[in-house]
Design a protein around this ligand. Structure first.
Ligand SMILES: NC(=O)c1ccc[n+]([C@@H]2O[C@H](COP(=O)([O-])OP(=O)(O)OC[C@H]3O[C@@H](n4cnc5c(N)ncnc54)[C@H](O)[C@@H]3O)[C@@H](O)[C@H]2O)c1
Length: 436
């Protein structure tokens, strides 16, 4: 496949207006029949297998190749495709670099990367150089240098690059984005978000044996916001980051690390090795980001203490406030009672984004993954820009290393301008005019 040029990108325009209006689905359906989008997937663990299942529900997608370190995982995923009545994808397995054979040999338009964190960037770079759209699981990179590498390789090859930040595509977050763009909150001043998700009892460690899974190594070695993209994903569009505004600075601070040891003592007893191992990662990381236009954002990393899941999205402007955890809203001259919350749901329905026309609730993450992957595939099919571009992917990703530097130095850190000044003229793009 030839690299796409910038000229091929789908451009948004004022006429496209907000994503509230319906766009005829028939045009897309006709395209789907004409030419399947060929997709490969690397990393056939939990997330990669979930992506395979989701891709099978999207019209006009052919899964051509699958790759994992372990043969049985890649073969299992191939079986899922066969059971769904599709052609058996080629299977690759071996070592950390086997993906190169797959990307060099198999003709494909896009590759989904759902591997361990340390291989996201090398696989994406290889794909970009081969003219293949990478859809990269979160975070896209672990260092600012690698983030720049993704940005510049995407620019130099002309191939779009998207991090698969699914929470940007949630129905509530997209409805809120519509309302922000309609000016209903006035000028946006401040946001808060969090990834409050206790992953010690299942994701970082094996839930039955307590053995470390691959992610636990990062908790031993680093103290930083390890997983900022789910919380910050939707917020960057609410704040017009990279499009009229930009993060200028990040200051992060971390608590002591108590939760991991406490969990192991509680669950496995005092003598379990992980009950006394010293973890670098503090339980709660709080980052404050400033923007050029005077907005602030607070992000919490919170993945090691026992608690129900929450993202605690909160948005405040000169005309109102939204609080996801309640969920509730207050709008000046709109809400029925002065300075009193009213329920959010009616607003979500009224300002529903056009990407949420159907009931996808039975699909993974309540349909959010379907909406995200459908939009990604639609961009690949059109040889256009991806719904989340490389600059937005970079901003979310860079928080990982920058927060660690700020904690280590006990000082603010300047935030890179991945757009190299283009943020000043870039217009809002995410979720403006694409359709399923
Ligand atoms: N967006 C979301 O909601 C969400 C949810 C869970 C996980 N994730 C992300 O998905 C990714 C995978 O997480 P997971 O929970 O599926 O992990 P997992 O351990 O279940 O699966 C990872 C798989 O990748 C394979 N792998 C690793 N390096 C490889 C390489 N170089 N080549 C080929 N295969 C390789 C492993 O063998 C394993 O099967 C992570 O980046 C994680 O952050 C995202």
């Amino acid at each position: 496949m030839k690299p796409v040029t910038r000229r091929n990108f789908i451009r948004t325009g004022a006429a496209a207006a907000l994503g509230i209006s319906a766009v005829p689905a028939a045009a897309f359906a006709a395209d789907v029949d004409a030419q399947p989008v060929k997709v490969g997937v690397v990393g056939m663990g939990n997330r990669g297998t979930s992506h395979v299942n989701c891709l099978l529900t999207i019209g006009g997608v052919e899964i051509v190749a699958l790759c994992d370190l372990f043969e049985n995982r890649a073969v299992n995923a191939a079986e899922i495709c066969v059971k769904a009545g599709r052609k058996r994808p080629s299977v690759y397995h071996g070592d950390m670099n086997t993906y190169r054979q797959m990307l060099d040999k198999e003709p494909m338009d896009a590759v989904i990367i759902a591997t361990y964190w340390d291989s996201h960037t090398p696989i994406a770079l290889h794909a970009l150089k081969n003219g293949i759209y990478p859809g990269i699981e979160v975070p896209a990179a672990l260092t600012v240098d690698d983030t720049w590498n993704l940005v510049e390789t995407s620019e130099n090859t002309g191939v779009p690059c998207m991090m698969l930040e699914n929470w940007s595509f949630r129905q509530d977050n997209l409805a809120l984005l519509n309302m922000v763009r309609l000016g209903m909150f006035g000028e946006i001043v401040h946001c808060h978000c969090a990834h409050s998700h206790d992953c010690i009892d299942h994701w970082f460690f094996d839930s039955k044996t307590g053995e470390q899974r691959w992610g636990a190594e990062y908790l031993l070695r680093y103290n930083r916001d390890q997983y900022p993209t789910h919380s910050v994903g939707p917020v960057i569009s609410w704040l017009d980051i990279n499009r009229g505004d930009i993060f200028t600075e990040i200051t992060s601070t971390a608590t002591a690390s108590k939760g991991i040891n406490a969990y192991f003592k509680r669950r496995f007893g005092d003598s379990h090795p992980n009950a006394n191992l010293k973890y670098s990662q503090g339980d709660i990381v709080t980052s404050v980001l400033k923007t050029k236009m005077g907005k602030t954002l607070v992000i919490n990393y919170d993945m090691q203490l026992p608690r129900p899941y929450s993202n605690r999205w909160m948005l405040q402007g000169t005309k109102g406030v939204y609080f996801e955890e309640k969920p509730a809203i207050y709008l000046v001259d709109v809400s029925p009672e002065y300075h009193q919350w009213e329920p959010w749901k009616p607003y979500e329905q009224k300002f529903n984004h056009k990407w949420w026309q159907g009931d996808y609730s039975a699909l993974s993450h309540g349909g959010t993954d379907y909406v995200m992957l459908s939009q990604f595939i639609s961009a690949v099919r059109a040889k256009g820009q991806t719904p989340v571009d490389v600059y937005d992917s970079a901003v979310m990703t860079a928080i990982v290393e920058l927060s660690g530097i700020s904690i280590a130095n006990n000082a603010p850190v300047a935030f890179p301008d991945f757009t190299k000044g283009k943020w000043q003229s870039n217009k809002p793009y995410f979720a403006m005019d694409r359709t399923l």
